[in-house]
Design a binder for this molecule. Structure first.
Ligand code: ADP
Ligand code: G3P
Length: 497
């Protein structure tokens, strides 16, 4: 068997996955492992960098073992990752100086407020396309330098390096040889000038971050490193595709033309519109980000980031115990004709786009004596739709481009009610692909292009298959035999234990 497969690593917020893609773009094997979430204080979120690396090794090994393939059959490796999550480690030993500070972590709210009070948001937005929110890496790096003993001194001596999760994994896979990232991940750090394509000295000075910490930045589809044989089953294989998870999904959804939109509904929801060579600076709370860098060209996107989407359905199930499985929300939401005036804003960890209010918290309004579980479930799903509609309106206002179609993916995109509600309020077509593992697919495609497994974007576009298309005004009907048993199980077990 020749080396004609791509191994994609999808290092997400709650789990790490490895998938092996064949030359037709089909997933032939996958493995997934969850890892520990660390919440040291209210609003703080961390990961152990060792967990990130160990879970990556374990899923790579499991995926290869379960398939009939060996590492020698792998033509290239693609990595896609939770973005913004920040790590600093020793350049020689690889020892992290602190846990990874996760994108959701709100600990730098005061640093951001202080920078805003000094009138600095505009310069950050103009240069990086981002806003002063704890979400992004820059203030997290500053926090580590300012708060962990001895770290600033070591950083100034050039002993330490900073990286997002992709850099950490490349560093580990290459046996500590390469300290590198790609345009998409760099564009989420608050330190990278997305127009000049370089780390920005003015911003580094404002944040008081030494430039020696920063990785080299490359095109998303290019050879970043070779694996060291000790860390990749005895082989030196090219790590050839890197992109942040939302950028990767946009690439896999073949949103290659200006105006095309994809929206991923997982824990949060992330909507990206391709804006081609134009880097619109939003007046409506959207982010400007690099979609990918390919063949010498930069493709920009406008992004709306919603911090809580599928997690709100998870909340109904885990905390309120109104559902035993988030998937059942589709059925119960349709048992009522509307929410009877109930609205939910699931701002559990503040609000992202377009409001950017880190101190906001969730609300439920309009509850009456007649409000039932079904109204609350429906209002939660509708909230995801309303948040998406806010982003579409902001995108229209910034670009003048009307949305004709939204390409959706992510766990909650399997919810037919949600897709129909979105199609109705946004007055647009909603399309879901057969392969909803779009984040991993994007990284696989970027790597495959770099090692000449595929020739160009046209070939990638041809591999995408549509599973479901929903139009404004369509009516899905979930009632039927299959749902009788669902209803019964909730009657028998109202405690949903
Ligand atoms: N059928 C469904 N309806 C609504 N929400 C769902 C459904 N299936 C999964 N979810 C939600 O989607 C999220 C999981 O999706 P996933 O794409 O795996 O997320 P992530 O990659 O962010 O961990 C969970 O928050 C879950 O509540
Ligand atoms: O790991 P996910 O799928 O929750 O995605 C996280 C995003 O990249 C955060 O910006």
């Amino acid at each position: 068997m020749s080396a004609s497969y791509i191994l994609a690593i999808d290092q997400g917020t709650t789990s790490t996955r490895a998938m092996i893609f064949d030359q037709k773009g089909k997933i032939v094997e996958k493995s997934q492992q969850e890892f520990q979430q660390i919440y040291p204080k209210s609003g703080w979120v961390e990961h152990d960098p060792a967990d990130i690396w160990e879970s990556t090794k374990s899923v790579m090994s499991a995926a290869l073992q379960q398939s009939s393939l060996k590492a020698e059959n792998i033509a290239g490796i693609g990595i896609t990752n939770q973005r913004e999550t920040t790590m600093i480690w020793d350049r020689e030993t690889g020892e992290p100086v602190y846990n990874a500070i996760v994108w959701q972590c709100r600990r730098t709210t005061d640093i951001c407020a202080e920078l805003k009070d000094r009138g600095l948001e505009d310069i950050f937005q103009q240069k990086t396309g981002l806003l002063l929110d704890p979400y992004f890496s820059g203030t997290k790096v500053k926090w580590i330098l300012d708060n962990i003993e001895g770290v600033r001194e070591r950083a100034e001596n050039g002993e330490l390096v900073f990286g997002t999760v992709d850099s950490w994994l490349i560093w580990r896979l290459s046996g500590g040889k390469e300290h590198v990232t790609d345009y998409t991940n760099a564009s989420r750090t608050l330190m990278y000038n997305i127009h000049e394509l370089e780390w920005d000295e003015d911003l580094l000075e404002i944040l008081d971050i030494p430039a020696s910490l920063l990785p080299e930045v490359q095109e998303s589809s290019s050879i970043f490193a070779r694996t060291s044989p000790q860390n990749f089953f005895g082989y030196e294989k090219p790590i050839a595709g890197i992109a942040g998870d939302q950028h990767s999904a946009t690439f896999a959804q073949a949103c290659y033309k200006k105006g095309m939109i994809k929206s991923t509904y997982g824990t949060g929801a992330f909507m990206l519109m391709n804006t081609g060579a134009d880097s619109y600076i939003s007046e409506n709370g959207l982010l400007t980000t690099i979609g990918w860098g390919l063949e010498g060209e930069i493709n920009y996107c406008l992004e709306g980031s919603i911090f809580n989407a599928g997690s709100a359905v998870q909340w109904l199930s885990d905390e309120l115990e109104l559902l035993s499985d988030p998937a059942d929300s589709e059925y119960f939401a349709q048992k009522v004709d509307d929410t009877d005036g109930v609205y939910i804003v699931p701002a559990f960890t503040g609000l992202g786009a377009p409001q950017w209010e880190p101190r906001a918290r969730g609300t439920v309004v309009g509850v009456s004596r007649g409000t039932t579980r079904n109204h609350l479930i429906r209002a939660t799903l509708e909230a995801v739709g309303y948040q998406s509609q806010d982003l579409l309106e902001a995108m229209y206002d910034d670009t003048g481009i009307e949305c004709r179609e939204i390409r959706v993916d992510g766990g909650a995109a399997s919810n037919g009610f949600l897709l129909q509600f979105l199609a109705d309020i946004a007055d647009t077509t909603v399309q879901r692909p057969v392969n909803t593992e779009t984040t991993a697919a994007g990284a696989a495609y970027l790597a495959g292009l770099a090692v000449n497994l595929w020739s160009d974007k046209e070939e990638i576009r041809g591999m995408r298959r549509v599973d479901k298309e929903v139009h404004t005004g369509d009516r899905s009907s979930p009632q039927g035999g299959a749902y009788f048993w669902l209803e019964k199980s909730y009657e028998i077990d109202p405690g949903l234990g």
